[in-house]
Design a binder for this molecule. Sequence first.
Ligand code: MTE
Length: 561
Amino acid sequence: MSARRLFTQLSRVTGKACRAALSPSPSKHSSECLKPLNTSKFNRIPPKPRRGVLLGALTSSSVIAVALGVQFQESKAALHEESKEAELSNSVPDIQKFRLAEVERHDGASENPWVTKGKSVYDITEWVGAHPGGEVILHAAGGSIDPYWNIFTIHKRQDVYDILEQYKIGEVDDVDLVDGQVPTKAIKDPFTTDPVPDERLHILTAKPCNAESPGEALSEFCTPNETFYVRNHMWVPSVEEQEHNLVIELCDGTEKTYSMSDLRNRFKQHKVTATLQCAGNRRKDMTKHARQTNGLQWTVGAISTAEWEGVKLRDVLADTGVNLNNPSPDDKHAQFLGLEAYGASIPLCKAIDPSGDVLLALKMNGDTLPREHGFPLRVIVPGNVAARSVKWLRKVVISDEESTTQWQRRDYKSFGPNDTRPDWDAAKSIQEMPVTSAITSILNGFAVAEGTEKGLNVEGYAYSGGGREIVRVDVSTDGGKTWDQAELLDDKAMGTKAWCWKRWRYALGESAEGKTTLMVKATDEAYNTQPQSYSSIYNARGNLATAWHSVDIKSLDKGTD
Ligand code: MTE
């Protein structure tokens, strides 16, 4: 009998909804992550005075002059001139027309970047410096800002529209319009340069790319780079390694810049094997067993493991001037900024902990970082929610406060099951992950390698954050009345603590006969264990869906591949 492994991937068990949405509206999944914090920050510089405003100011100063009896006749004449001018500007709409080719020349590299919104043209030169997302707005320059505002839905507010309106310089020439609109094909897709995802990944959204690792990848200790899950909030930046630098900014404003070659050659290189897990992993289960949650409906594959290689963040911080043994009281957080606009932070004590293993990674599983996983540089924060492992890292800021992004202050937080009006500011942002486990595949024993029991063999992973090792995985086939222990695999990992998932397997053998449900729960070295029900940990965002994982055995399509 051949030792061919017959996988029944869990997606078959839990349904294939995750494959369905190949091209959903990006806003659907991004909007929940992009709730407004405070749009007043969009207006940090005073808006360019508009003509009407200037006229208003002139008129009132003239009235004051009249009241003071100063040069009454002159003022009267001036008023007359002004009202004539105002009349003129009202009756002759002074709209300048621009060809799309000219707009294109005002791209991100130009001294005067322009964008279009609908058919209006805006010169955003003055706005770039005051824009809260920094220069990310330049990505849209030379074309339409509409697809970007579909991602950053925070902009879809009247007050932000009003600010943009201050920069309007004209409209797209009618020659370039089709049915009075800028044609779709002339609107640049922000995702055109994204890498094509491996076809084995289970795609949840294509733009931005969000994709789960398939069952066969989850059964390997180190997930192959091609099938490592992908979680992007925006597009994948295109950058040449030689052009990329990392800037470290200290609390006193001092900055030091490191090239990729500095990081490669000036610092000792380290290898750390670490699991990354999205806070929303298994969110779909929470929806199914509790109630509707808001976010990408991941099943069990928003988690993967790799051997990361690079320099310790603490070594670079020491080089920049951070006192590792006695940091200044203001040095409380390490904020990470990505090249697109994403950002997050971790407590500085984790960043400089000698056993924290926080890495500035240049390699993944022995290869150059793939573009979708952060090329040329990403931070890896072992043991913490993967949202803190910022990809395309361009800057680290040592600060007395957490990152101000919504991914730090809003998205990755959790609340009581009853909380309908959460206090975002009071809630802690998720850092270390709680213990979890999942069944990832069912193997049909008679076709598995020699020595394996007949009947069903089950495998999966268990993981806990903070470097807490998994010490036990319990399996039940009678709804949790009785339990047995799974075998934990002894995989070898690099790093100071247990930063990786534990793979486990369990031979159900022929005892599966007549059984309907398979359940699994794990315990870590601190004796933390998983909660029984999803309803007890329900939160509207569906974060940390760590309840006992269960699979309906009857529905399994056993022995097929
Ligand atoms: N970094 C940047 N710059 N942009 C992102 O969208 N997503 C975060 C994190 N780092 C993200 C990021 C989230 S939410 C997760 S779960 C992990 O990256 C996913 O990493 P991966 O795509 O390499 O699996």
